[in-house]
Design a protein around this ligand. Structure first.
Ligand SMILES: Cc1ncc(COP(=O)(O)O)c(C=O)c1O
Length: 383
């Protein structure tokens, strides 16, 4: 829609048809046209998560609202929670669980290293945890955690699993019904490629039952998922005015995912990610996440000392391409790319060639065309 290319890890570029929906005349929140659209959005959310055994939730608010609602609805003060920390967003769960009165233990892994299921097994075997929090794709470094194995361990100890897949669902393989997790969270502005402002969740029957069996009340009105359950079962019950335009745009973006097909979409993300990763390596840039655990949606890569800020600015000012700085301890050391949503060969090639020119502009010696050359064999697979 504009000549700016967003390659930050969300929000991402919108398809014209998704943006267009938001410019239509305002509908009321009880208008049957909106309610019908919302019901379809819930069905499409089932498709997105492959969740036909549990319940889909769609609530106005960012991904953090989905995370906090999961914690406050499932965890009671004094419950023990194990938070897996593989980066900045793993730490967010630590804060959220602490704020809501949980007794939190943290299992931290080195930057770029995946959460080891054996270490999690050992930890869970030693105490009586109610829940475990896991980041699927850690946006702060581009790591993907082995959620199938981690959830298997949680189930072995009858521990609820809460998974932040804000940067995973839709681009990285995830089948909620087969996974056996209790809550998986995502949001609109990442892989789904809708505007920011909606959080989408998949809940297991076990999680819904746990809400009913709480001993203490939920200390939140808006973030009480048991309250929202009524709206998901019968859209039209008034709880709070939803962000109507965002939700209409979300439906359109989800329709696009269904039209493409989930498996085809996972494949497209894998091919583009392989292309970008090999392009980066050919440009002598090393990837933060360890091999075998690199997300197909986000990549963090190290930049030679003192150059990150300049490269970030050159990409933006000369080429209209937005990439992201490092977060927390990685600030100034890495840059991050979001390669998800509507990404095609065109964006991957544009990014790699602009990055190569930016590297040369700060006197880093890279062979002309090397990034693009390394990416082409992958990109040619996409038809
Ligand atoms: C992995 C992950 N979790 C949670 C969040 C928080 O989402 P939001 O900014 O929509 O609240 C983000 C945002 O970038 C994220 O990448």
């Amino acid at each position: 829609m504009t000549d700016e290319l967003l390659m930050i890890p969300g929000p991402t570029n919108l398809a014209y048809r998704v943006a267009e929906v938001m410019s239509k005349p305002q509908l009321g929140h009880l208008d049957p046209r909106f309610l019908e659209s919302f019901k379809e959005t819930l069905n499409l959310t089932r498709y997105l998560f492959v969740n036909y055994t549990g319940m889909p939730f769609v609530i106005s608010g960012s991904g953090t609202i989905g995370m906090e609602a999961s914690i406050v609805s499932l965890i009671e003060p004094g419950d023990k929670v194990l938070c897996i920390d593989t980066g900045y967003f793993g730490k967010r769960f630590v804060e959220l669980a602490t704020v809501h009165g949980a007794k939190v233990d943290v299992l931290q892994f080195e930057t770029g290293k995946h959460a080891d299921p054996n270490a999690v097994d050992e930890k869970l075997s030693k105490d009586n945890y109610k829940a475990i929090t896991i980041t699927h794709v850690e946006t702060s470094n581009g790591l993907i955690n082995p959620i199938k194995d981690l959830v298997k361990v949680a189930r072995k100890y009858d521990v609820y699993s809460i998974i932040d897949s804000v940067a995973g669902v839709g681009g990285c393989e995830l089948n909620f019904d087969q996974l056996g997790a209790d809550i998986v969270i995502t949001c609109s502005q990442k892989v789904i490629a809708a505007p920011p402002g909606a959080t989408l969740l998949a809940l297991s029957k076990r999680a819904l039952d746990a809400f009913e069996n709480r001993k203490t009340p939920v200390h939140s009105y808006y973030m009480n998922l048991a309250r929202w359950r009524k709206f998901m079962e019968q859209p039209g019950v008034y709880l709070a005015t939803p962000s109507i335009q965002i939700l209409l745009a979300l439906r359109e973006a989800l329709l696009m995912i269904k039209e493409e097909g989930l498996e085809k979409r996972w494949r497209r993300h894998k091919i583009i990610a392989d292309a970008i990763r090999s392009g980066l390596e050919a440009l002598n840039l090393s990837i933060v996440a360890e091999e075998g655990y690199r997300a197909n949606t986000v990549t963090g890569f190290y930049i030679p000392e003192g150059k990150a800020s300049d490269i970030h600015s050159i990409l933006r000012e000369r080429y209209n391409i937005h990439v992201a700085h490092g977060l927390g301890e990685l600030k100034g050391k890495i840059l991050r790319i979001g390669h998800f949503g509507n990404i095609t060969q065109k964006e991957a090639l544009t990014l790699l060639s602009a990055l190569e020119m930016s590297l040369r502009a700060v006197n880093l010696n890279v062979k002309r065309g090397s990034g693009v050359n390394a990416a082409l064999p992958y990109l040619e697979e996409l038809t």
